[in-house]
Design a protein around this ligand. Structure first.
Ligand code: F6P
Length: 365
């Protein structure tokens, strides 16, 4: 029997379990393959005590509907920067990639399928470079990976955010309020932009377009002057004012790869009040609600297709590749190519931006 090890890395995302199920089912149907899950991303094979579990067809049955990941995840550390606690309580990071390679060989594992976003795929590339057979599957609610039209999880996040936005509109309208809804989106404003258009926001602020609070005040006041006594703003957590600074807290845990974003909605509220806005301004931050719960049908389908394709790449020995979706086909590209550039909103070219402006939405510039 040939063996595959699956890992899920980075933030959880609706559809991870559907990918796992797609891999396990297609491997079982092919025959001659055994699939294992590495617990908590690669920690399962890097820790002193190995933690991997066999993923049988019975185990994955019905999983396409379930959110999160049954094999757990982490966005800290990894094989090249594994956090190790010292006797004095302090932490260091250790390169355990060669240990991982040795353990994979000892366990007789033919290939690794790494399901994750840009950070995880950078790890896939590193593993590939030291001779481990890796296939990547692109995951992130932010939809910021290039070479694929969509990552799975994104559409679910947009659906959740839009449903929340619809609820905010009714309360904004009833109270004549200005509402600011902060959504996820570290570098890319895709969730914010899609939600703003789907929900009909008056203002949408994304990381790719630095915002000027004066412009937002102008838009709000125009609304109120024209008798529309409320205004709804969607802002991505990675949004920056003209000073180019993001809002959040510095990483605290050892191995943390990113600043923890959050709070830009509150920041904007104070900027608006400082500019003399007299309306009641309220802020709602959606946070991890956008990543929780069951994937919508689109993501279940895409994730299942990704799982099937990932298995086929392993079966055919096409290692070092990332599964991709290029409408209407599922294909693949070298991981290296996929990592060259992030997939950001292009303020000059994307039709979504054009659409937003043509329907009178302010983008804060
Ligand atoms: O990358 C996906 C994402 O949800 C980002 O939008 C967000 O900044 C980040 O993960 C949050 O990560 P965590 O759950 O570790 O705070």
């Amino acid at each position: 029997m040939k063996k595959i090890l699956i890992a899920t890395g980075g933030g959880d995302c609706p559809g991870l379990n559907a990918v796992i199920r797609g891999i396990v089912k297609s491997a079982a149907l092919e025959g001659g393959w055994q699939v294992f899950g590495c617990i908590e991303s690669f920690n399962g094979i890097l820790k002193d005590e190995i933690e991997i579990v066999e993923l049988t067809e019975e185990r994955v049955s019905g999983l396409h509907v379930k959110g999160g990941t049954i094999i757990k995840t982490t966005n800290k550390g990894g094989p090249f920067q594994f956090p190790v606690r010292q006797a004095d309580g302090s932490w260091i990071v250790e390169d355990r990639s060669q240990l991982m390679k040795k353990r994979l060989e000892e366990l007789g594992i033919e290939a690794v399928i790494n399901i994750g976003g840009d950070g995880s795929q950078a790890i896939s590339l590193g593993l590939s470079k030291i001779g481990i057979n890796v296939v990547g599957v692109p995951k992130t609610i932010d939809n910021d990976l290039s070479s694929t039209d969509f990552t799975f999880g994104f559409q679910t996040a947009v659906q959740i955010a839009t449903e929340c936005f619809d609820k905010i509109v009714t309360t904004a309208e009833s109270h004549n309020r200005v509402f600011i809804m902060e959504v996820m989106g570290r570098d890319a404003g895709w969730i914010a932009l899609h939600t703003a258009i789907a929900g009909g926001a008056e203002v949408c602020i994304i990381p790719e377009i630095p915002y000027d609070p004066h412009k937002i005040v102008e838009k709000i006041e125009t609304r109120y002057q024209h008798g529309m006594g409320f205004c709804n703003i969607v802002i991505a957590e990675g949004a920056k004012a003209l000073d180019g600074k993001v809002t959040g807290t510095d990483p605290t845990a050892i191995g943390d790869r990113h600043i923890k974003l959050g709070g830009v909605g509150e920041k904007l509220k104070h900027e608006l009040l400082d500019l003399g806005i007299e309306h009641d301004v309220r802020v709602t931050t959606l946070g991890h609600l956008q990543r929780g719960g069951t994937p919508i049908a689109f993501d279940r389908i895409l994730a299942t297709e990704f799982g099937v394709k990932a298995f086929e790449l392993v079966r055919d020995g096409k290692y070092g590749n990332l599964v991709t979706y290029r409408q209407p086909n599922i294909s693949y590209v070298p991981i290296e190519e996929a990592l060259k550039e992030p997939h950001l909103v292009n303020p000059d070219k994307d039709f979504l931006i054009h659409t937003a402006r043509r329907i009178g939405m302010s983008l804060g510039d």
